[in-house]
Design a protein. Structure first.
Length: 293
C-alpha cells in the first residue's frame, strides 16, 4: 500500500471530489483518479460512491480514513523528527477555537514569530470536537480547546480560564427581563456548528431556564454571531473577554457552574515533541497565560 495513494484518498475524502483534491495536491485529475482506483483495486472494494455532486465514502472508505490520516501524519512526523536538530524551524500546525484565536492568541503568535522566525506556523480554527480529532490524527501539532478533555492519548495544559456570559441585544437589560419577554420556548439560540463546547453549554443553560426546545440558528463566524445578536435575532454564549466592551450588545452574568470554562492546550502524548512545538509551548508559558492545572 503506497503512502501517496493514502494521502490522495484522504484528500478526496476530505474535499469531496477529484477536482478539489487535485488542486490541493498540485497534480492533475487523472493522477488522482488513478491513485484512488489503484487503492480500491489493492483493497478489493470500493472506497467511494460516485455521484453528480462529488464523491462520498463507502463504509469501507470510512473505516480506512482514520488509518490513512494517521499514516500520513506519522510520515510527516518522521520527517520532522529526522530534521530536528534542536533549532525551531519548519512547519508547525496549531488549531484553535475561533473565540480563543480572536482574543487570546494574537500577542502569543506575535511573540512566537519574533523569537522563531524560521518556523512556518499555520493556525486553523474549528470546533473543540474537530480540534481534538485533528490532534489525534496528526492534522494539528497542538490545539486550544474547551475543557474538560480526558483522553489517554492526549496531554493537556490549562492555558486560559474563561467566564462565559449570555450575550443579548441591548434592549434586554437583565436575564429576568429576557425570560419575561420571551415566553414559551424562549429566544433563538445563536450557535456555532455541532462539536462546539460553547454550543453544548448554551443548550444546558437554556434547559435550566426551561427552554429545551428553543430554535437553533447556526453561524460560522464570531463577527456574524455578535452582529446577529446586536440585531436582536437571538442570544448566544461567549467568553466575556471576547465580547469586551462591545457597545452593540449586553452581557449577562451566569452562575459559576454555568460560566466557568477552561481553555486547554492539547498535544498528542506519543508524538515527537520537536523543537518548533517546544518553542511554542515555551512562548505560551512565558506569555504569562499557562496556568497550573
Amino acid at each position: 500500500m503506497e503512502l501517496s495513494d493514502l494521502v490522495t484518498f484522504s484528500a478526496v475524502a476530505r474535499l469531496g471530489g477529484i477536482t478539489r483534491a487535485a488542486d490541493e495536491l498540485n497534480t492533475v485529475q487523472s493522477n488522482v483518479t488513478q491513485r484512488v482506483k489503484a487503492l480500491e483495486a489493492e483493497i478489493g472494494t470500493a472506497l467511494f460512491e460516485r455521484h453528480s455532486r462529488g464523491m462520498m465514502l463507502t463504509g469501507a472508505g470510512r473505516r480506512l480514513l482514520p488509518y490513512a490520516d494517521r499514516m500520513a501524519a506519522l510520515s510527516r512526523e518522521a520527517v520532522l523528527a529526522a530534521r530536528d536538530d534542536g533549532e525551531p524551524k519548519g512547519p508547525l500546525s496549531i488549531g484553535s477555537m475561533e473565540t480563543t484565536a480572536a482574543v487570546r492568541l494574537p500577542s502569543l503568535l506575535a511573540e512566537f514569530h519574533r523569537r522563531f522566525p524560521a518556523v512556518q506556523l499555520s493556525l486553523r480554527t474549528s470546533t473543540t470536537a474537530d480540534l481534538v480529532a485533528g490532534v489525534l490524527n496528526g492534522k494539528f501539532d497542538g490545539a486550544f480547546v474547551a475543557g474538560p478533555i480526558e483522553h489517554a492519548e492526549l496531554d493537556a495544559t490549562v492555558a486560559f480560564r474563561e467566564e462565559l456570559v449570555l450575550v443579548t441585544a441591548r434592549r434586554w437589560q437583565s436575564l429576568s427581563a429576557l425570560r419575561a419577554g420571551t415566553p414559551g420556548s424562549g429566544p433563538t439560540a445563536l450557535v456555532f456548528r455541532i462539536g462546539c463546547t460553547y454550543r453544548q453549554r448554551l443548550e444546558q443553560v437554556f434547559s435550566e431556564f426551561g427552554w429545551p426546545s428553543a430554535t437553533r440558528f447556526e453561524l460560522g463566524t464570531l463577527d456574524g454571531m455578535i452582529g446577529c445578536v446586536a440585531a436582536d435575532m437571538g442570544v448566544t454564549l461567549l467568553p466575556r473577554a471576547v465580547v469586551g466592551r462591545n457597545e452593540t450588545v449586553n452581557v449577562h452574568t451566569l452562575n459559576p457552574t454555568q460560566a466557568r470554562v477552561e481553555t486547554l492546550f492539547i498535544t498528542r502524548r506519543t508524538a515527537h515533541q520537536y523543537s518548533a512545538l517546544q518553542g511554542f509551548a515555551a512562548c505560551l508559558e512565558n506569555n504569562g497565560e499557562v496556568i497550573a492545572a
